[in-house]
Design a protein around this ligand. Structure first.
Ligand code: FES
Ligand code: FES
Length: 137
């Protein structure tokens, strides 16, 4: 059987970037997978005037694909505004990793979902989600 992981995946798995947890984060999320029961947590620090993601870290309780995707998606998100980071998809992560085995797609989706949820969390905290604002009668 051919080894399923690309060199890039192995590189990020063995030497993941942005591992850890930011204290008092501006945005955070934990996503779990119903498929495998694994989890990934993401914390980020965002500049409140520019909405640029200044720092972002993850903790993964998942597999090599999950760790590699969290590593690469945090690298892609760092330095971007939340609007730019929102547009990142699991396909961007997959491309950056040089492909992922099909059975491992949900693991990378999980890491990308955590990024999107952390952004939503930031937006909620800062009153940036207009559709959720209470309607005045
Ligand atoms: Fe195990 Fe996704 S089912 S990492
Ligand atoms: Fe659970 Fe990959 S098998 S995150």
């Amino acid at each position: 059987m051919k080894f399923p992981y690309s060199e890039k995946v192995l590189e990020h798995f063995k030497n993941p970037k942005n591992v850890g947890r930011i204290e008092n984060p501006d945005g955070q999320a934990t996503e779990g997978s119903s498929a495998c029961g694994d989890m990934v947590s993401l914390t980020m620090r965002v500049d409140e005037s520019t909405h640029v993601i200044e720092d972002i870290k993850f903790e993964s309780y998942g597999c090599a694909s999950n760790i590699a995707t969290a590593s690469v998606i945090t690298e892609l998100a760092k330095g971007k505004t939340i609007e730019e980071a929102k547009k990142l998809t699991w396909r961007d992560a997959e491309n950056a990793l040089g492909g992922l085995p099909n059975v491992k797609v949900h693991c990378s989706v999980l890491a990308v979902e955590a990024l999107h949820s952390a952004i939503t969390n930031y937006e909620e905290k800062h009153g940036l989600i207009t559709e959720k604002e209470p309607t005045t009668i």
